[in-house]
Design a binder for this molecule. Structure first.
Ligand code: HC0
Length: 574
């Protein structure tokens, strides 16, 4: 430890950390923009400047290390004036359209301007003129709003290892773009949406389908069906200013009915269905010498990344559709029959924590007899916006149950939303399918926690199953490179594209001012909301869900059967 002085007060801090880290531990939040604690230091925006006695120029606190006896001033007149001017200069070539901007009220630049005291806009800087890239069903790019903080570029490279975007051009023409100025649609972007989570402005946003969703809700000739992903319930409260860590599933069901949905189903029902198919597929491969390790397939951004960068591993990837797509298949077949409806009159709208689900929804491989199954996939943020704009104050609503028969789920399905949850759910069922015995300790601790890579083993009927769990595509690439070297290292691998799993999805509410995207504390709170829900359920194994048992008995036949293959499985592009 060394002693430093911050604003004339002494503090003992760890040697070698930056001034910003020292200030944070001492209780000072230095304003910043390009800085992110989980990314490499860029030091480009200079918003975090401070004065250090004995150094002539202001220094960027995000990159300058502390030294014994250093005297730091974070809040002098000169610093306040310089910081304000830096933010004014950033604003000078930023559009003046806050009132009509989708991030109005949730914009870091707007907040920063207030924090540093910008009260007038005295200069009219050169404005950037670009066409908005709206072609991708997932990510839109409006470079007129970009302040070149580079957080998106570093996230895509350092967290996700995808490298889909970078700075291009020079000077006033500098912008962020996929290679060759391509649209996101034609790039290697995995659609994970993590760049959206870290973007401080409305430059990178999800392609929103709010207008289409409202139009469908107002169409009297349609049967409107909603489903919500596991992690939506763990985060939607944050959109309404409630602290993270609570489960809002019943209030969300009530809110969706108030929005006008005729049926509100739960993606978690289909998570149980996925486990029936995936556990059966795994045991089939294990018993009959199929390709191992088997790799989970429910994360849509992982699927796109896999097809682009790991297509040699296609035989390893489970053929199961994701729970979202399974539920959409079942509503337009089994459920349509139950209510005597023409599936063409059903509109399936899925509310997901994920941006890439929009791409998944549009995949032709998932059509059934030429019919699209998920009509629209919207993010948790889009749901929050729809509810607010319809005057529905979710946290104050009296909770309601999901509709039957596609609304009941096990605890295993709930934990799908956190990294390791799919593995734990699959192992609970695979064990009992393989052995015919009850799995006594169903909490598979090695699969839990926010770590990016986890490993474990479990004895399944005398065979030791070695498994791995990776969240974040950067971590996934490390595990997959191991698999390329040694196909026998694992039997079963779960991969989720987003850090922490779906709870950290690219479509989740923007992290609050006190926390950052992929902040470990935030992810832990969201995960805990799901694990608490698992423990509170009487049924905690997918195969024990009575409505799933009925679905197989009345309609599907058996797992991996002919009908299941047509409706619940898919194939991938080389
Ligand atoms: Fe996920 Fe899913 S866990 S991908 O992030 O498998 O969006 O929560 O809905 O489909 O169930 C998202 C979350 C899901 C799916 C489920 C899976």
């Amino acid at each position: 430890m060394i002693k430093v002085y911050i604003n004339d007060r002494p503090y003992d801090v760890v040697d070698g950390i930056t001034i910003m880290q020292a200030a944070t531990t001492a209780g000072y939040k230095i304003p910043s923009l390009c800085y992110h604690p989980r990314l490499s230091t860029y030091g480009g925006c200079r918003v975090c400047i401070v004065e250090v006695e004995g150094i002539k120029n202001f220094v960027a606190s995000c990159s300058y290390p502390v030294k014994e006896g250093m005297k730091i001033h974070t809040n002098t007149e000169a610093i306040r004036k310089a910081r304000k001017e830096i933010v004014e200069l950033i604003l000078d070539n930023h559009p003046q359209d806050c009132n009509v901007c989708m991030r109005n009220g949730m914009c870091e630049l707007q907040n920063l301007a207030r924090t540093v005291g910008v009260e007038t806009r005295d200069f009219e800087g050169a404005r950037k003129k670009y066409d908005k890239d709206n072609a991708s069903p997932c990510v839109t790019n409006n470079q007129e709003k970009c302040i070149l903080c580079g957080r998106c570029v570093r996230t895509c490279a350092e967290i996700q290892n995808i490298h889909a975007i970078d700075f291009v051009n020079r000077g006033i023409n500098t912008k962020i773009s996929p290679a060759f100025n391509a649209s996101f649609k034609d790039s290697v972007c995995s659609n994970c949406g993590q760049c959206i989570n870290v973007c401080p402005t409305a430059t990178l946003m999800e392609h929103n389908y709010i207008k289409e969703a409202f139009a469908a809700l107002n169409d009297k000739s349609k049967i409107k069906i909603a489903q919500i992903a596991p992690s939506v319930r763990a985060a939607i409260g944050e959109y309404f200013g409630i602290k993270p860590g609570q489960n809002w599933e019943k209030e969300t069901a009530a809110a969706l009915r108030k929005l006008g949905f005729d049926y509100v189903f739960d993606t978690q029902f289909a998570a149980d269905l996925t486990i029936m198919e995936e556990a059966s597929e795994f045991l089939d491969r294990l018993k009959n010498g199929g390709v191992l390790p088997m790799i989970t397939s429910c994360s849509s951004a992982w699927m796109k990344a896999m097809e682009q960068f790991y297509s040699d591993l296609i035989p390893n990837v489970s053929s199961c559709r994701s729970p979202m797509s399974m539920l959409s298949s079942i509503t337009k077949t089994y459920f349509a029959k139950q209510i005597n409806a023409d599936p063409k009159n059903i509109v399936n709208i899925a509310f997901m924590c994920c941006v890439a689900k929009k791409y998944e929804a549009a995949r032709p491989e998932l059509e059934i007899d030429g019919m699209r199954t998920t009509d629209y996939s919207l993010t948790t943020r889009e749901l929050g916006w729809m509810l607010k704009s319809a005057g529905i104050d979710l946290p104050t609503l009296k909770g309601e149950e999901f509709d039957s028969p596609l609304g009941q789920s096990s605890g295993a399905a709930t934990i799908f939303g956190a990294t390791g949850g799919v593995m734990e759910a699959a192992l609970r069922t695979a064990y009992e399918f393989a052995t015919g015995k009850t799995l006594e300790n169903i909490d598979i601790k090695e699969a839990r926690g926010i770590a990016g890579i986890k490993e474990g083993k479990i004895d399944v009927g005398g065979t030791e199953i070695r498994f791995a769990v990776a969240s974040g595509l950067g971590n996934a690439s490390k595990v997959l490179n191991e698999v390329r070297k040694d196909k026998n290292k694992y039997h079963f691998i779960e991969i989720m594209a987003c850090p922490g799993g779906c709870i950290g999805g690219g479509g989740q509410p923007y992290a609050g001012l006190g926390s950052q995207p992929f902040d470990i504390g935030l992810l832990k709170l969201r995960a805990q909301a799901l694990y608490n829900c698992d423990v509170a359920k009487v049924i905690r194994k997918s195969h024990e869900n009575p409505d799933i048992q009925k679905l197989y008995k009345d309609f599907l036949g058996k797992p991996l059967g002919e009908k299941a293959h047509k409706l619940l499985h898919t194939h991938y592009k080389q």
